[in-house]
Design a protein around this ligand. Structure first.
Ligand code: ADP
Ligand code: MG
Length: 533
């Protein structure tokens, strides 16, 4: 027994991610109970891998399942896979050989029973690692050309994964499928909803942010007979993307969070973004449920694009599911009264930042459409923990410096939310915002970066550190114009050097950037520092 999320658990590990360290995977597959893992060992493994890739789910009876969406497929022979995926067998001595393990896309993660899907990437060609995957135990390879190993050869591996996922959806009945999209907060909301719905039944949730035409099928392939809820993060980088995904995986509940400024660079405008995101609700049937944000006019307007009844969430008084008496505690964690048509109940989140109120309401509204009471939802939200890494994660350094890691993703809305959380948490402490670039903002980029510096200064953040080139310089300029202390550093290494000289016990540091800015490494370096005495 050990404590997780304040709940004593004696759990059996059922599904364990293929991305876990091999030894842990092995132990888990051998049926090792979580209770037999020492807390230290579990924690170490969790820190290394689980937090980033695996949804920690609490289910009925206080059992914890570690679910990696891609962990197990329905057992299928290579011959059947070829039939479903429209491929042909090549070099297959045993067409009846059964794939019963995960479908993986990284050959190094191959293990007994798995199927290796080979993709041609920018730098590497998965087909070259086909034999390696089989040497590690893979039953075969899903490939777009013959390889030096047993293979199902298809015209397009992506489409083949889609076909396998669609087949799984048709074959596994009794699963309620929920899709989550939006400009920001998809992963947070999906993780919250996964934890809420797992109070109702066995739930498989997207791991991390695997929300595209590869990640969604991989997650769906993790659904097996007995999976009652499937919570899928769905991303759209263009028109038609969500229509493709919902075509493979018809949804029962479709949730659209927001249409922020995010990705205006890819789509051109917020309206174009809304056009693409709204595809999520279009394929819902009359018996489905659309869950839309009452506070975001472009999202609320998607009601015209669906046959399904709409449940609105938000802060607006008109929302069906809303929050009243919102406050942040001294650690930046929101609390509120959850109001639903099925009653009201108090929520105290463990997650940081006011933006989690909106995400919680979205999850609550989806759970409401599936019959949960306000109390049930509030209890589950109050117990929910962050399951995907680098999203407002608080780390305490031994020297008394607190580092809040939000280096996974950034756009103007999410940076504003993070800065507000920093200000709320920073009462009586010196606050430092380390800001990297927000990517894909298009023509507005310079102005939006400058506005971040301006906001940080306006919120009273004590020190602003911009990391990177032109855009980071804009952040610094925005802060300096408001007379805040601000420094520009060219790269994460230089920033760590500066922080080493600057930080003193008691400081509170926020690290925030788009993932591609590489500030996750900065967080690691910052945390690995042994403070000089
Ligand atoms: N509802 C929201 N509104 C604005 N920003 C948000 C919201 N939810 C999360 N964020 C911020 O956006 C970033 C991405 O969050 P995440 O949950 O990973 O979203 P996504 O999966 O859509 O990228 C995080 O840094 C988080 O702080
Ligand atoms: Mg995500």
């Amino acid at each position: 027994m050990w404590q997780a999320g304040g709940v004593a658990v004696a759990a059996r590990v059922e599904h364990v991610g293929s991305l876990l360290r091999p030894r842990f995977l092995h132990d888990a597959r051998a049926g090792l109970a979580v209770g037999e893992l020492t807390p230290a060992r579990f924690k170490a493994e969790e820190d290394r891998a689980v937090r980033e890739v695996v949804a920690l789910q609490e289910v009925r009876g206080g059992v914890v399942l570690l679910v990696d969406g891609a962990s197990f497929v329905l057992p299928m022979s290579l011959a059947r896979i070829a039939e479903v995926a429209g491929g042909r067998l090549h070099r297959v001595p045993e067409p009846g050989a059964v794939v019963a393990g995960p479908v993986i896309v990284d050959s190094r993660r191959a293990g007994p029973g798995c199927l290796f899907a080979a993709f041609v990437g920018e730098r590497t060609d998965g087909h070259e690692f086909a034999a390696d995957a089989v040497a590690l135990g893979a039953v075969g390879v899903l490939a777009s050309r013959p390889v030096e190993a047993p293979a199902v050869v298809v015209a397009d591996v992506r489409a083949a994964l889609g076909a396998l996922a669609a087949w799984t959806v048709r074959t596994v009945t009794g699963t309620t499928r929920v899709g989550v999209t939006g400009s920001s907060g998809k992963t947070s909301t999906k993780d919250l909803l996964g934890q809420v719905l797992s109070r109702l039944g066995r739930t498989v949730t997207t791991m991390g942010s695997q929300n595209n035409e590869i990640g969604v099928p991989l997650t769906v392939l993790g659904a097996a007979p007995g999976t009652e809820y499937l919570v899928l993060e769905m991303g759209a980088r263009g028109v038609g993307h969500l229509a493709y995904l919902t075509g493979l995986v018809p949804l029962d509940v479709a949730l659209v969070l927001n249409v922020g400024a995010a990705h205006a660079g890819e789509f051109g405008s917020r309206e174009a973004t809304a056009q693409a995101k709204g595809e999520l609700v279009e394929a819902l049937g009359l018996d489905g449920a659309a869950v839309l944000n009452a506070d975001d006019a472009l999202v609320a307007g998607m009601s015209a694009r669906t046959k399904a009844p709409v449940t609105y969430f938000g802060r607006s008084a008109t929302a069906d599911v809303r929050a009243v008496d919102v406050r942040l505690d001294e650690q930046g964690r929101p609390g509120f009264q959850l109001v639903t048509p099925a009653g009201r109940a108090p929520v105290q989140l463990r997650l940081l930042g006011e933006h989690q109120v909106s995400n919680s309401l979205a999850a609550a509204a989806a759970a409401h459409t599936l019959g949960m009471t306000a109390e049930q939802i509030a209890d589950a939200l109050s117990a929910a923990v962050a399951t995907s890494g680098s999203r407002m994660q608080r780390h305490e350094r031994p020297d008394g410096v607190t580092v809040v890691d939000d280096a996974y993703n950034a756009n103007p809305d999410s940076v504003a939310a993070a800065l507000r959380a920093l200000a709320a948490m920073g009462a009586g402490r010196r606050t430092v915002a380390v800001i990297g670039e927000m990517r894909e903002l298009g023509a507005q980029s310079a102005a939006q970066h400058r506005a971040v510096g301006d906001l940080a200064a306006g919120l009273g953040v004590d020190v602003v550190i911009g990391v990177g080139g032109e855009e980071a310089a804009q952040v610094v300029a925005g802060a300096t114009a408001k007379e805040a202390t601000a420094h520009l550093t060219a790269d994460p290494t230089t920033a760590v050097g500066l922080l080493d000289g600057l930080l003193v016990p008691g400081d509170l540091v926020l690290v925030k950037a788009s993932q591609s800015a590489g500030l996750q490494a900065l967080v690691r370096d910052l945390l690995a520092r042994v403070p000089s005495q």
